[in-house]
Design a protein. Structure first.
Length: 237
């Protein structure tokens, strides 16, 4: 289980997707100072990197900019090249013989947390916040809380200082994630997440569905749409 930190600031791993946007709102609700970090790991669709800027700007207006500090983008394209997957190369999205989907980027969260912890250490943060979830996910082993607990211990040992890794979505399904967003920022935050965040594995932003932009058929879109449909708040009263 994640342990509530008493730290006054946090660094949010922020991709510009639904989960990380919800985590950013969660952090802004709890910490006096919040900064964000994103990673350019050679993902096929640069729309993701643009979305994070748009979402950050919108959320700064919604929450007031006083708590939201600097944003950092780390170049990890070398890592992305060796961690070849359907997210970084022109490959089909399918299940592989390993039992994992071809969208699995080996060690992605391990690399992200390690790099983010170095930045957090230098910026004076004792908390990392990530959108990892083991309830509604694609079977990625680095999204499990057991993995995150091991990383939290390793990072704290390696840095010789406490480094908490908070995962507020770990045990929520996508419908509950939509509900959490509404509880944190009301209809305005839900609308930012619905229309400005990016989730689609294929990078599609041509059609706005009721749950947001996307191709509607990749696993990420299907999961997001299913959560929206299951969330009572998506149906007008």
């Amino acid at each position: 289980m994640t342990t509530r930190s008493t730290a006054s600031s946090a660094l949010v791993l922020f991709s510009g997707g639904q989960d990380s946007a919800t985590c950013l709102a969660w952090a802004l609700d709890r910490y006096e100072r919040v900064e964000t970090v994103g990673f350019d790991y050679g993902q096929r669709h640069s729309v993701e990197l643009q979305a994070r800027q748009d979402v950050r700007a919108a959320m700064a207006k919604l929450h007031g900019g006083e708590r939201l500090g600097e944003d950092f983008v780390i170049d990890l394209t070398g890592y992305g090249a060796i961690a070849d997957s359907a997210l970084t190369a022109d490959r089909a999205i399918e299940m592989e013989a390993s039992g994992l989907p071809s969208t699995f980027v080996p060690g992605r969260n391990l690399v992200f947390l390690t790099v983010a912890s170095a930045l957090a250490y230098r910026r004076g943060h004792g908390v990392l916040v990530g959108g990892m979830c083991e309830t509604d996910y694609s079977g990625y082993p680095d999204c499990r809380r057991t993995t995150i607990d091991a990383m939290q211990s390793a990072l704290s040992l390696g840095l010789d200082t406490g480094m908490a890794v908070e995962t507020p979505l770990m045990h929520l399904d996508k419908a509950e994630t939509w509900a959490l967003a509404e509880s944190l920022g009301g209809a305005d935050l839900v609308e930012i997440i619905r229309t400005q965040t990016h989730t689609c594995y294929r990078g599609e932003r041509g059609e706005l569905h009721d749950w947001g932009y996307g191709c509607g058929t990749c696993p990420a879109c299907e999961l997001r749409a299913k959560g929206w449909q299951a969330w009572p708040g998506s149906v007008p009263a």
